[in-house]
Design a protein around this ligand. Structure first.
Ligand code: NAD
Ligand code: GLY
Length: 366
């Protein structure tokens, strides 16, 4: 265990909140200063509960703690499962002074945050993310919601937590594939804004994959610092925040094509970021060496580099046409002006996009 914890702030005026990152914080850090009333409802799932629920209770000494354990999986990020949270809150007579606690990955975090945004027209909540992806991305920034049969994350609200408590020690039980998926989002921060971080990741990747506590805490801290800065400037995604979607337009198309759950979100984003780098090169913005550097780091993290076999350029064009970033039917993509300098554009050349899709489909990328 490395004892030092690190803290940063998401600056959003009277909705500002701290992110506390360390190794061994679960069950140890007193979170009661972030709980206004006497009631706490911990929301978790059937995988995380046996691992961390008892420990998490110890973060709320003296409070009345109720719990709700949801089924595990993206397919349960829906109205029916959300209702289980409301059922538990009403059955246990939770008032508008209650505090919800999300203990789990991004699915639990997004659903708990959305339940908190809705219950009695809005109650506070705390994020205790337990996957790498949720620690570096979904627990920070206040996007909450559920899926609709016709679209992912289509029903939701912006609702910021009171505090995000991140314990890198909880990653020890995470399957390696989920660790790699989280690393895709970590690499994303290096590619969009932080060349120094990118360089650090290139030398530190083996230690991250081996779950070195010091390396994890540093990577999580630097990732959260990047996201906190972007969110503080553009909470509601009027502009800048969209750069956090590097690789996601290609990635969402891959996820949908493969069927949710077959490719993890981070895996699809990994391949999507290589595709975005390739297109940035075709647009004359980054060098071939930059593309190789991007691809090498994503490969080192254990992520796929090309879309699934059988996926065609037409499949991509069809699936990308419903991306949330699109405006008035124009496809908007996040590209790289340079490594560490991402921007959003609706002006990528159609012939360049076609060439990228052509070269990556059927694994023909070289
Ligand atoms: P997840 O929540 O499904 O977790 C992945 C798996 O790991 C699950 O089976 C979970 O039960 C298990 N798990 C969690 N913690 C564990 C631990 N410590 N040890 C062992 N197993 C553990 O997936 P995720 O990757 O954390 O999150 C994906 C979700 O996050 C998606 O729904 C996505 O839409 C959402 N998301 C939201 C935002 C946002 O800004 N709100 C950003 C990115 C992603
Ligand atoms: N994960 C992208 C965002 O929070 O905006």
């Amino acid at each position: 265990m490395c004892n030092a914890s690190r803290e940063l702030q998401v600056d959003l005026g009277d909705r500002s909140y701290p992110i506390v990152i360390g190794d061994g914080l679960l069950g140890k850090t007193d979170l009661t200063p972030y709980v206004a009333g006497s009631q706490v409802m911990i929301v978790t799932n059937e995988t995380v509960a046996p691992l961390y629920l008892e420990k998490a209770r110890a973060n709320f000494p003296g409070k009345t703690i109720d719990t709700v354990v949801l089924p595990d999986g993206e397919k349960y990020k829906d109205w029916q499962t959300l209702n289980l949270i409301f059922d538990a809150l009403l059955e246990k007579r939770h008032t508008r002074k209650t505090t919800l606690v999300a203990l789990g990955g991004g699915v639990v975090g997004d659903m708990t945050g959305f339940a908190a945004a809705c219950y009695q027209r809005g109650v506070p909540f705390i994020q205790i993310p337990t996957t790498l992806l949720s620690q570096v991305d979904s627990s920070v920034g206040g996007k909450t919601g559920i899926n609709h049969p016709l679209g992912k994350n289509m029903i939701g609200a912006f609702h910021q937590p009171e505090i995000v408590l991140i314990d890198a020690d909880s990653l020890k039980t995470l399957p390696p594939r989920e660790v790699s998926a989280g690393l895709a989002e970590v690499i994303k921060y290096g590619l969009i804004r932080e060349t120094g971080f990118l360089k650090w990741l290139e030398s530190e990747m083996d230690r991250l994959l081996a779950l070195s506590p010091e390396s994890l805490v540093e990577a999580i801290y630097r990732s959260c610092a990047c996201k906190a800065d972007v969110v503080a400037q553009d909470e509601r995604e009027g502009g800048l925040r969209a750069i956090l979607n590097l690789g996601h337009t290609f990635g969402h198309a891959i996820e949908t094509y493969a069927g949710y759950g077959n490719w993890l979100h981070g895996e699809a984003v990994g391949a999507g970021m290589v595709m975005a780098a390739d297109l940035s090169w075709r647009e004359g913005m980054i060098s071939g060496a930059d593309v190789s550097r991007t691809r090498d780091l994503i490969a080192k993290a254990g992520l796929p580099l090309v879309p699934p076999a059988g996926m065609s350029p037409a499949d991509f064009m069809d699936l990308m046409s419903v991306d949330k970033k699109n405006v008035d039917g124009a496809l908007r993509l996040v590209l790289l002006r340079a490594l560490g300098d991402a921007f959003v554009t609706a002006d990528a050349g159609a012939e360049h996009l076609a060439a990228t899709l052509e070269s990556f489909c059927e694994g023909r990328a070289d």
